[in-house]
Ligand binder design. Structure first.
Ligand SMILES: Cc1cc2nc3c(=O)[nH]c(=O)nc-3n(C[C@H](O)[C@H](O)[C@H](O)COP(=O)(O)OP(=O)(O)OC[C@H]3O[C@@H](n4cnc5c(N)ncnc54)[C@H](O)[C@@H]3O)c2cc1C
Length: 394
């Protein structure tokens, strides 16, 4: 039976677009409003892990992940800055299922959007306001459009326009680090593995590579200290020579990759303290709008995908009357899990940046961290969302 609910999502990033797919798969009517004139991404790579690949498969996107992604395998490894090996990287869940993929963000956004029925995504709509009464929610946009819905989902990123309607405004927390990101064509570094996630850890810096776009491109990220707080901008151009200098004297493999970088982008790393609540009436938040996190567990996109599937699973058993209670059930279900990941990402950043007096202790923690990764990857949000849906309808 088709749900009568009408859901509006503000934000057509990975979180908003996956949620639209999950809601559609559950027979719920949804519209997405994105501020940009066209969908697309300037960003480079994003890493998908089994906890979200499981959900992408459920909406029929498993083959697209396999086609566009690059699966990383047992050659994945952590090294000290000079190339001395530390430990293998956990690439499976505890059952041994390897569903870890490097993915170009543009590819992911494209196939998430393409999988939706036509007329669901409306670009060129910048949300500027929100109101609700007992029966409906209303969203207004800079172009004068006003839409109404039973439920509104703010999937509008770390600077969410909608967050202040559920919780008093606050500033994001700057980590003190900046990431240089970009890709290098594999044909220019044919010796580079196309099936491995590789990370080098040095004092206050770390360097990561993984393949994307079926191994045609190698994504790199160089994390370095920022000397002053940069304004968050996903697309601020960086200077390739400064990037090369930051990692001069590290493992020569890094230099062999960076010599091919002609253009790079800087990304200031911010997160927020976990919010005590992210729902009010018919409005809830999802993805970075609710819980922006540092990238040191590679979970920003993965957690937003879990959010979308949890929300859709719960809303599938919801009507217009019970919608506000269902949104609270979704928030209750997700809040502690994402707070753990937010905190875990901060802790892992200290390991990656070698903020330890004794690097032997750090190396032991990196090795032991595989157990945390397995628990993270084992998680399937659907059974517990089904249980939460049943509880809130009783
Ligand atoms: C360009 C970019 C590059 C990134 N690169 C990485 C990375 O390399 N590694 C990593 O771990 N994480 C990265 N992140 C963060 C990570 O991708 C996110 O955690 C994840 O994608 C979940 O994001 P989201 O959909 O919640 O928010 P976002 O990806 O930020 O998407 C929010 C969307 O909402 C739209 N929007 C914002 N305000 C409004 C408004 N008022 N009205 C309508 N639409 C609005 C934005 O244009 C955007 O499309 C990046 C984010 C961005 C935007």
């Amino acid at each position: 039976m088709k749900s009568q609910l009408e859901v509006v999502i503000v934000g057509g990033g990975i979180g908003g677009l996956f949620a639209a797919n999950a809601l559609t798969a559950h027979g719920i009517r949804v519209l997405v409003y994105e501020q940009a004139p066209a969908l697309g991404e300037i960003g480079a790579g994003v890493f998908l892990t089994p906890n979200s690949v499981r959900q992408l498969q459920r909406v029929g996107l498993g083959p697209a992940v396999e086609e566009w992604g690059a699966r990383v395998g047992p050659g994945s490894h952590y090294f000290r800055h000079d190339g001395a090996p530390i430990a293998p990287v956990q690439v499976t869940d505890s059952s041994g299922w390897n569903a870890t993929f490097g993915m170009h963000r543009a590819d992911l956004v494209e196939f998430l959007a393409r999988a939706l029925p036509p007329d669901i995504v409306h670009t060129g709509h910048r949300c500027t306001g929100f109101e609700q009464d007992r029966g409906k929610a209303h969203v207004s946009f800079a172009n004068g459009t006003i839409v109404q819905a039973d439920i509104v989902v703010g999937a509008d990123g770390i600077h969410s326009e909608l967050r202040p309607y559920v919780f008093p405004p606050s500033r994001p927390v700057f980590s003190g680090s900046v990431a240089y990101r970009g890709t290098v064509a594999h044909e220019s570094i044919p010796h580079w593995p196309t099936n491995a996630w590789l990370m080098w850890l040095g004092k206050g810096k770390h360097f990561l590579t993984f393949p994307v776009r079926a191994g045609k491109l190698i994504n790199y990220v160089g994390f370095v200290p920022a000397d002053k707080e940069m304004k968050e901008s996903w697309s601020a151009p960086g200077d390739p020579d400064i990037l090369r200098r930051e990692f001069a004297g590290w493992d020569p493999r890094i230099e062999s990759l960076l010599q091919h970088v002609q253009m790079t982008f800087r990304w200031a790393l911010f997160d927020r303290e976990p919010l005590p609540t992210w729902t009010r009436g018919r409005l809830t938040l999802l993805g970075d709008a609710a819980h922006p996190m540092l990238p040191h567990l590679g979970q920003g996109a993965n957690q937003s995908i879990e959010d979308g599937m949890a929300l859709a699973t719960i809303l599938a058993r919801t009507d217009r009357e019970t919608a506000p209670a269902a949104l609270l059930a979704y928030e209750r279900l997700r809040r502690e899990r994402v707070a753990q990941v937010q905190r875990g990402a901060r802790e892992n950043g200290l390991r990656y940046d070698s903020a330890y007096a004794d690097l032997g202790v750090r190396d032991a923690e990196i090795t032991a961290h595989a157990a945390f990764r397995k628990r993270l990857y084992d998680h399937d949000v659907v059974p517990e969302a089904q249980a939460a849906a049943i509880t809130q309808t009783q």
